[in-house]
Structure formats: C-alpha cells, structure tokens
Design a protein around this ligand. Sequence first.
Ligand SMILES: NC(=O)c1ccc[n+]([C@@H]2O[C@H](COP(=O)([O-])OP(=O)(O)OC[C@H]3O[C@@H](n4cnc5c(N)ncnc54)[C@H](O)[C@@H]3O)[C@@H](O)[C@H]2O)c1
Length: 396
Amino acid sequence: MGIRIRNVAVIGAGTMGHGIAQVFAMKGYNVNLLDISEDILKKALQNIEWSLSKFVEKKRLRKEDAEATLSRIKTTTIYEEAVKDVDLAIEAVPENLELKKKIFMKIDGIAPPHTILATNTSTLSITEMGKVTKRPDKTVGMHWFNPPQLMQLIEVVRGEQTSNETVETIMNLSRDLGKTPILCKKDVRGFIVNRVLGAVFNEAFWTYYRGEASKEGIDSSVKFSGGFPMGWFELCDFVGLDIAYEVGKILYQAYGERFKPCPEVIEPLVKEGKLGQKTGIGFYDWSKGRPRIPFELSDEYDYERSWAVAVNESAWLVYEEVADPDSIDTGMKLGTGWPQGPCEYADRKGLNTVLEKLKQLYGKYKMEMYNPCPLLVEYVNNGWTGRAAGRGFYKY
Ligand SMILES: NC(=O)c1ccc[n+]([C@@H]2O[C@H](COP(=O)([O-])OP(=O)(O)OC[C@H]3O[C@@H](n4cnc5c(N)ncnc54)[C@H](O)[C@@H]3O)[C@@H](O)[C@H]2O)c1
C-alpha cells in the first residue's frame, strides 16, 4: 500500500545527506541532491564515490553498478530543479527548527501535491514542521543512523497529523532500501533509540559523578562483563559530546526529573571544545586511535544498573504507546549494536528481578530515573514476569 516512490530529492548533502542519497541511488531511485553551494555538492559527490569504491573493493557492489549509482544522482543548488517532480523530499539540513520549517515551506510550494516531505531530524518535532505546510498528512520523520550506507536501522516517526498511508509508504520504502524500519507511533522527543540510550548514559554519568566508578571502570564493565559493543563514555565520544549534550537537554525538557542531567560531566568538556572522536579528545584521547579500555576493571561497575534504567525507559515507551517492545529491541540492536534488546533482556532476567533492582536503586539515590514505570509494577502484579511465566513484555 501507499504511493510508489521513484524520484527522490535529498536536501542537505552533509554527513547524513550524501549517505542517504547514495543509499537511494544504489537501490535504483533517481536522486536530486541539493545543497547551498557547488563546492559542498562536489565534496558530497567525492564522498559518495569514495564510499562506492569501498563497496566495490569489498565485493559488495559491481563496478558497473557503482557507475550506474553515480549516474542516478543529480546535484543542484536550485530548489525548483530539485523538487519539482519528485515523489519524496527528505531534508538533512542542520538541526534547527526554524531552518527546517523554512525548507519545508519552500518545498511545499514547489513539489507536486502527492510528494511526501520527510525529515531526518534526531530531536525536533515533526508535527511543527508539518504545520507550516499544506500537507501535514504527508510529513513524516525518517530518522537514519550514521553512516546511512552501513547502518540497518531507520526510525519512522509519525507526526500528529501524519496519515497511515504516509507511514506505510515510508515503512515499505525503508524495507525496499534494504533497511529495517521501526515505528515511533508518537512525535516524542528522542524517539525510541535516543531515549533508551539517553537513560543509560545519564545513569553512567551520575555514577561517575558520585565517584562510585571511574569512566574506564564503567566502560570496562559494560563492555567485558555486560557484552555491550562499547562502553558508554567511549560511545559518547563516538557520537560526539556536543550532540549527546544537546539530546540530554532536550530529554530533560521533555521528561523532567527522569532525565535530570548530571552537572560537571559533559558540559565542561563541551565548553572546552573536547567533543570526542571528531576533535581527537573527549572523555578519552583519540589522537592515536580508539582508546584502550582496561579489561582489569571489568567488575568496577554493576552493568545491571544500565539494563535496569534501559528497561524502565522501555517500559515508559510501551506505557505511553510510543513503541512496541519489538521495535524497541530491534532499535537498540540495530541502532547501537546491543547484544539483545531491553525488553528481551527483561523477559529473560525476570521483570520482578528488574523491578526489585529499580526499587533498590530508587531507595538509595531517590532519583526519578530509577522510579519504576507503572507498567512494570502492573506487569509484575499480574504475574507477567517474563519468558518463564509465559508473558512479560512479550507473550510466549
Ligand atoms: N550526524 C549524525 O550522526 C546524524 C544522525 C541522525 C540524524 N542526524 C540529523 O541529520 C540532520 C543533518 O545532520 P548532518 O550531521 O548531516 O549535518 P551536516 O552539517 O553534516 O550537513 C548539513 C548540510 O545541510 C546544508 N545546508 C544548510 N542549510 C541549507 C539549506 N538552507 N538548504 C540546503 N542545504 C543546507 C549544509 O551546507 C550541510 O552540507 C540533522 O537534523 C541531524 O540532527 C544526524
């Protein structure tokens, strides 16, 4: 169901835009890639060529298909040319609501009536962007992960007025691109993945701030005992401290005390311009490559605490009907490489065990992040404690 997409405009050819354009073109879509200068577009095309050459080198793409991919991408700085006959326009310009609204308004005035307007925003309101157009039913969030060429996940976000047809079109389109879409049913801040990750980061920051564990100890425990692909501080460096800091503030505004930001951990580093891997230094020194996380410290931090807050935030997502357990689990596995999703984890561990852990932490620290979501309490009261009981987040 939904409309058939053939021609696509990608607005903004930066880190995300050039990768998104490449994915579409690799799958046979015609792409108009727009940015504000020819120089930027030239650089974007060079990046695409480089990435395609890697695919060819790794024998994941034939040389002639790489050439065909490139021939399907047209670049322009003129909106009229970019969007006048496309079925979908997706914007990946900087994270600024006023700028995105201006662009949506402009596209809305030029594009044919059937064109879907999608945004790659990580944090802003899809509904607000839709409101400035005459087609709020055809505006939608299509949130890719970096780098788009390699990451499997796309979060499809429904704005308040987004139609079922638009949602379905973008879900199907994502599958056709070889990606796995998950549906964020409400236009909430942080969508799914950044909300759960934000909770886990915050727990780690507070633990570090209180002096209960070192950042190396937390990362070592999470990685070597918990089986996560990266420690939280390492991952934060990788994402960019500026981005993690902004997302943290947005989550606090949206959800209050549950996301109370920890002072003195990220902020001073951001002010010093130590933004992580991209600046060569953040929590760790990246100047000589990936930091070494010391294996010896792998029992310094109780990584079950990370799971406890991840499960709690997942319970809030289910409770508020933002996401299904399956979407949350898929999101965390494909978006961040977790070995299992938080709902799967809770169902294996026992929701009663996780609830006890949260109660114990809440009693000790009196912080809202540990205050159990009513859904967890309700499930445990019903005897829905997980896999062994035949029902938890999932039915067995
Ligand atoms: N970088 C990530 O990891 C990541 C991941 C997911 C989502 N996002 C989101 O994707 C969006 C883009 O992020 P990015 O990291 O690619 O940013 P970027 O700064 O690398 O790229 C933005 C591009 O938009 C162009 N631009 C600016 N104003 C424009 C205009 N008026 N018209 C057309 N193009 C314009 C810029 O010249 C630049 O090339 C943001 O909303 C961000 O939140 C980023």
